[in-house]
Structures are given as C-alpha cells and as structure tokens.
Ligand binder design. Structure first.
Ligand code: NAD
Ligand code: UDP
Length: 311
C-alpha cells in the first residue's frame, strides 16, 4: 500500500483518479481549495478509511509523509482559469514549487498534469512531445499555457538539480462524468444545451479541431506513467488521436441526444488554437497505452450521466 497525495483531487479528473487509486489498494490524501472542485465529486469516498480530504491551497506549502504525488490542482476550463489569471499562474508556478519541495523532502515520486496547451496554436500537426509549441506569452490564455510551461521547467530543474523523481504527462482534451454542467468547456456545454433544447454555441466557424479522450482512458495512462522506471520522466502525450471539428462535435451531440437544438455561431475567443491532435507514439512505446473508448461510446455515457444528474 502506498500513501498518495492528489492535489486538485476534488475536481473532474482528480476525483476519478482518487477513486482508482483507492480501488488499487492505496491510501489517498485529496487536497483541494474547491475553486472548481466539489465535495459531491468525492462523496462516495468520504466514508472510506483509506481516503482523507484536506482543504488547502497549493500556493501555500503543505507537508505530509507520502510516497507519490499527482499534481492536478489548477482550473482547466478557459472561463475559470481566466477568471483570476494571476491566481492561475500562482497555482501553476508556486503550486509546482511547493509540491516539488515536498517531493524532495520526503523523497516522493511526483507526476505533473501538464497539458496540450503547452503547444499553443500548433504549427506542427499532429503534435509530438519534441515540438516546442507556438504560445502567445501575453494573451488571455497565457496565464494557463505559460503557467503550465513554467511548471514543466520547474519539474525538469528539480529533477536535474535535486534528483527528484518526476513524471510529466501532457493531457489532451478530456471529458466524462463529474464535469461541471457550467464548466464552460465544449463537450459539457454542448450536452447541457442539447438536453435543454437550447442553441448550441459554436465559437468561430466550427472548423477548428480538437481530439477528445474519455476520462477512463486518461486515468489508465496516468497510473501507468507514474509506474514507469525512474529514469523515464516524459513528457508524454496522453490523448485520443481521433480528431474532429467542433461543428462535427455539435452534430454528433445533437444526434445522440435526439435534441431539437439549433446551432448558432459566436465570436471565437482570442488565441483559440486552430488544430490539435496528439502523436501518441511515445505513450504506446513506453506505457503500452492507447485509448480504448471511441467518441460515440464516451459521449453516450456522459449524456447518460448528465441526464441522471440533478442540475
Ligand atoms: P478541474 O477544474 O475540474 O479540477 C481542478 C481542481 O483543482 C479543482 O478541484 C480545483 O478546485 C482545484 N484547484 C484549483 N486551484 C487550486 C489551488 N490553488 N489549490 C488547491 N486546489 C486547487 O479540472 P480538471 O479537468 O479535472 O483538470 C485537472 C488537471 O488536469 C489540471 O491541472 C488541468 O490543467 C489538467 N488538464 C486537464 C485537461 C482536461 O481536458 N480536463 C486537459 C489538460 C490538462
Ligand atoms: N467552444 C465552442 N463552444 C463552446 C465552448 C467551446 O465552440 O460553447 C470551442 C472553443 O472555442 C474551442 C473548442 O470548442 O475551439 C474547445 O474548447 P474548450 O474550452 O473545450 O477546450 P480548449 O479550447 O481549452 O481546447
């Protein structure tokens, strides 16, 4: 049994990860400031004596004797991470320093939940880990993109200078149960709009692309990455290479929900990437991992969840 700290553990991805780690027989400390996470997300774990919940902001130091740390704390949806851009950077940068400091003190292995946003609006397609990206340092998305890039730098420097055992994964767009109905990201927005027969809001022309992975595939990839040999740090892309235009996503969700919704077009937000698709050659080779859930299967189960949830 390992003692594992999950920062951002009450969020969408974190809550699934906590459940999986407990299922695997570990003791889990879930640390969260509840900015976008909720107690409802982890309510089914509250009675489990292998689970502990701590209200804490990772911009402040935190101490605990743990064997592994998954560092997920950071809002991921553009409307939330732009709500207080400075707090977002503090979370990514000071949070990384605090968690790396903890890992160093207690000799824990630490995994960073980085993002495909480090590639910005990519000019290479699909994106391999060797691509350095095309990121605007002064735009509306920069607090998130540059914060996450700086966190990757910090992880590598703690590894090089202090021999901290680190792992970096670059997560591509992920969806599934426990996303907030008002999360603001495209899949949850479209499903909620479709279920209420409201207009689906496409930003821009809808010809921009994304590649969406289902939450269960991501969790499997994260755990496999944490369990790789110490000399393998990543970064590794974790995503589903099936690529769709946003217009296609809208059409599929209208079809799967049987909705009467129409599509309306709104202004494209600043610096919205035009294309995104992971090259997952490295994940296949090093983690023996690839996604198993296709978009239609994953959307059906998320639609079921949103139908049953009482929002
Ligand atoms: P989320 O917003 O649901 O979860 C983030 C969690 O972190 C929330 O519970 C929030 O309350 C908590 N948090 C935020 N700031 C904090 C702070 N300063 N101290 C403590 N807790 C804090 O988002 P998510 O989709 O679950 O994303 C989790 C991680 O995965 C994030 O780091 C995100 O950047 C990364 N990621 C997610 C995606 C995706 O598609 N969901 C893609 C790439 C990367
Ligand atoms: N998007 C959209 N309508 C919405 C929400 C998002 O058309 O209601 C678009 C958004 O402009 C982007 C894509 O969908 O091009 C994915 O957006 P999301 O916020 O989910 O993720 P990210 O842009 O961070 O990849």
């Amino acid at each position: 049994m390992k003692r594992i700290l999950v920062t951002g553990g009450a969020g969408f991805i974190g809550s699934h990860l906590c459940a999986r780690l407990i299922e695997d027989g570990n003791d889990v400390i879930c640390l969260d400031n509840f900015f976008t996470g909720t107690k409802e997300n982890i309510i089914q774990l509250m009675d489990n004596h292998h689970f502990e919940l701590v209200r804490h902001d990772i911009i402040e130091p935190y101490r605990a004797e743990v064997d592994e740390i998954y560092n997920l704390a950071c809002p991921a949806s553009p409307i939330y991470y732009q709500h207080d851009a400075i707090q977002t950077i503090r979370t990514s940068v000071m949070g990384a320093i605090n968690m790396l400091g903890l890992a160093k003190r207690v000799h824990a292995k630490i995994l960073q939940a980085s993002t495909s946003e480090v590639y910005g609006d990519p000019s290479i397609h699909p994106q391999p880990e060797s691509y350095w990206g095309n990121v605007n340092p002064i735009g509306m998305r920069s607090c998130y993109d540059e914060g996450k890039r700086c966190a990757e730098t910090l992880f590598m420097d703690y590894h090089r200078m202090n021999k901290v055992r680190i792992k970096i994964i670059r997560i591509f767009n992920t969806y599934g149960s426990r996303m907030l109905p008002n999360d603001g990201r495209v899949i949850s927005n479209f499903i909620m709009q479709a279920l209420y027969n409201e207009d689906l809001t496409i930003f821009g022309t809808g010809q921009q692309t994304r590649s969406f992975q289902y939450i269960d595939d991501l969790i499997e990839g994260m755990v496999r990455m944490m369990n790789t040999e110490d000399d393998f740090t990543g970064p590794v892309n974790i995503g589903n290479p099936q690529e769709f235009t946003i217009r296609q996503i809208a059409d599929i969700i209208i079809k799967l929900t049987g909705s009467k919704s129409k599509i309306v077009y709104k202004q494209l937000p600043m610096d919205d990437p035009q294309q995104r698709q992971p090259d997952i050659t490295l994940a296949k080779e090093k983690l023996h991992w690839e996604p198993t859930v296709n978009l239609e299967q994953g959307l059906k189960s998320m639609i079921d969840y949103f139908r049953k949830a009482e929002f």
